[in-house]
Design a binder for this molecule. Structure first.
Ligand code: SF4
Length: 365
């Protein structure tokens, strides 16, 4: 079978399968580049089921690129709260500004112009260009890469530059002349629902008779992923610092992880110190305040993509000093009942939930 014939067979079978089996999703069948962009950014490293309610809320609040550009970043981050990877929200907001100010609100329609926007890489540019504008360009995300590795029995390590180049090339050779967006979505859908990382459902796969990994029964060992490095773990102390009934929160700098979100002051415990010593030191370094460190209120564990933390949250009381943003973008004293107005990272929300803070809950420590 020649490569062209093989590609045609893959295209035909996948498109027929997609027409029947595609899941109904709020961003499916949409051609609005703005809506596709929002959904694609949300779907990065996040499950579809998690994304759907966020997408619906986001589109209701910001139905157009102009409404997004006009909103304060704090409001965008608040709506993103819980979805993680907050740089995505910051980039969306910044790119919306650029589209409105530089392009009068018109969405770029080529991969090159799309990739000039913050937060849009080759994958997202390919998805928007093919789905919204029917451009004949490939997409390559984790799902597509897995399908291609198995279909072609490709032994390359997808984490290497050479592996990336090879998989992009394979994806490129498969994109059909027509229905490019549907085909790209079909590849992603197959990877998400049939050709899954563990126990792929080969019995119901439209590509089974074309699949080299299936022919050699290697579907469980492909793609050849490198062994994951051990995840570092850190012990962290954070303080619920009170002064006259108000609680101190600080805002992370924009250019840091979780930038733009609010959190409780605190940080990593150093080897030579106790948790309470770490607590007092971190608050002094971050805010300039002197506090008394009281009882430990709770312990919360949280995993990020590259490290894990165990957070010890302490009740602290202001003794002296004026709070200053020495290591953050801003500091603020807020009433516990007002915490819900601010966007916090998931780990901080866990602490608030454990203590009955941060929403309509009564405050009682
Ligand atoms: Fe994946 Fe199995 Fe289909 Fe091959 S036959 S593409 S391994 S689901």
């Amino acid at each position: 079978m020649t490569e062209t014939l093989h590609a045609q067979a893959v295209q035909n079978r996948l498109l027929q399968w997609f027409d029947v089996h595609a899941r109904t999703l709020p961003f499916r069948g949409v051609r609005d580049p703005y809506a596709i962009w929002v959904s694609e950014i949300m779907l990065q490293q996040t499950q579809v089921a998690t994304v759907v309610p966020y997408y619906q809320r986001f589109m209701k609040r910001f139905p157009t690129v102009r409404t997004l550009a006009a909103a304060p970043l704090d409001v965008v981050l608040k709506l993103w709260q819980g979805l993680g990877y907050y740089s995505r929200a910051r980039h969306l907001h910044k790119a919306a500004h650029m589209i409105v100010s530089q392009n009068d609100g018109a969405f770029p329609d080529t991969p090159e112009a799309l990739m000039a926007l913050p937060g849009i890489g080759r994958y997202t540019a390919g998805a928007i260009a093919s789905i919204a504008f029917d451009r004949r360009v490939p997409v390559l995300d984790g799902n597509v890469m897995r399908v291609l590795a198995r279909l072609y029995r490709c032994q390359d390590n997808p984490k290497t530059t050479a592996g990336q180049r090879r998989f992009w090339h394979l994806a490129e050779t498969l994109v059909p002349k027509h229905r490019c967006g549907d085909f790209n979505q079909a590849l992603m859908e197959l990877g998400a629902t049939v050709c899954t990382p563990k126990t792929p459902d080969c019995a119901h796969c439209p590509l089974q008779s074309l699949c080299q990994a299936y022919a050699h029964q290697e579907q469980d060992t492909l793609p050849r992923m490198p062994k994951a490095a051990a995840t570092p773990h850190y012990t962290v102390a954070v303080g619920l610092v009170f002064k006259e009934g108000k609680l101190l929160i600080d805002k992370r700098k924009d250019n840091t992880m979780l930038g733009g979100l609010w959190e409780l002051p605190g940080g990593k415990k150093q080897k030579h110190e106790t948790l309470k010593q770490a607590m007092a030191r971190e608050i002094a370094e971050e805010t300039g305040l002197t506090v008394t460190v009281g009882k430990r209120l709770c312990i919360v564990r949280h995993a990020y993509s590259h490290f894990r933390i165990t957070i010890h949250a302490y009740r602290c009381d202001w003794v002296s000093g004026t709070a200053k943003p020495l290591q953050s973008a801003a500091v603020k004293w807020v009433l516990p009942k007002d915490l819900k107005k601010y966007a916090f990272p998931a780990a901080t929300i866990k602490i608030f939930d454990r203590l009955g803070l941060g929403s309509e809950y009564p405050f009682n420590l």
